[in-house]
Ligand binder design. Sequence first.
Ligand code: URA
Length: 236
Amino acid sequence: MELERLLRSQGFGSRPECRALICAGRVTVAGELCDDPYAEFEPVDGLPFSVDGLPLVVRKLVYLAMNKPTDYECSHKPKHHPSVYSLLPRFLLTRDVQAVGRLDEDTTGLLLLTDDGQFIHTYSSPKKKIPKVYEVTAKHPVDDEQIAALLAGVQLNDEPAPIAAAGCERVSERLIRLTVTEGKYHLVKRMVAAAGNRVEALHRVSVGGFVLPATLPLGEWMWLEAGDLARLAHVG
Ligand code: URA
C-alpha cells in the first residue's frame, strides 16, 4: 500500500494532507525517514511508524481504555461539559472512535472506546451479560438489608422485572463494590436509590476481566493490546 494511503487509514487526514506530511519529512516507517508518498509498504498490524516524532504502530482497528474524569460527557454534542472525545488526539477522532456505552458526566473510571462496530455491538449487548464493576460511594452507611436487596433484585420504574446485582460487597461503611451485567441509563444510581440509599460518587473499575490500571491518571487513555482484549473477553 502506498504510504500516503497507509497514513490516511491511520487517521492522519485526506490523501493530500498525508502526502504533505510525508513530503515535509515528518513521517518515519520502521525507524527510517520516508519522504516518498508513493513508497509501498505492507500495511501489517504492528508496523512501526511515526508522525512528528509520535511513535505509533499500524492498527487495522483501535481499542482504547480511558480513565474518564468527572465533568466530561460521553457525547459528540455535549450540553454542559466538554466531551470525552476532546481528550483524544485528532487522528483517533478522524478514525471515528466511539465510546462503548456511556458513563454519566459525574461518573469516573473505565471507558472503552473503539472504531470496531462489532466490538461496540458485542460489549453493549445486554444478552452478553458482561460484568461491570463499580465502586459506589453512598450518601448514607450501607446496611446489610440494602446489600441483600441489591443482590436479590430491586424494582426500578419502567422496568418489567426487578434487576439484581451480580455482586455486591461492602468495602467500608459508605463504599460498596457493585457488579452489574446490564447497561441501562443511570442503572447503578437507580438501583442504589431503589435499595434506599443514594450514590454520591461512582467509579467504574472493570469491564469483563479487564481492570482499569491504577497507574492510568484521570483524563488519560491507553491502547488496549491483544492481552488486554483477551482479559476483557474473559467473563466470569
Ligand atoms: N450507572 C449509573 O448510574 N451511571 C453510570 O455512569 C454508569 C452506571
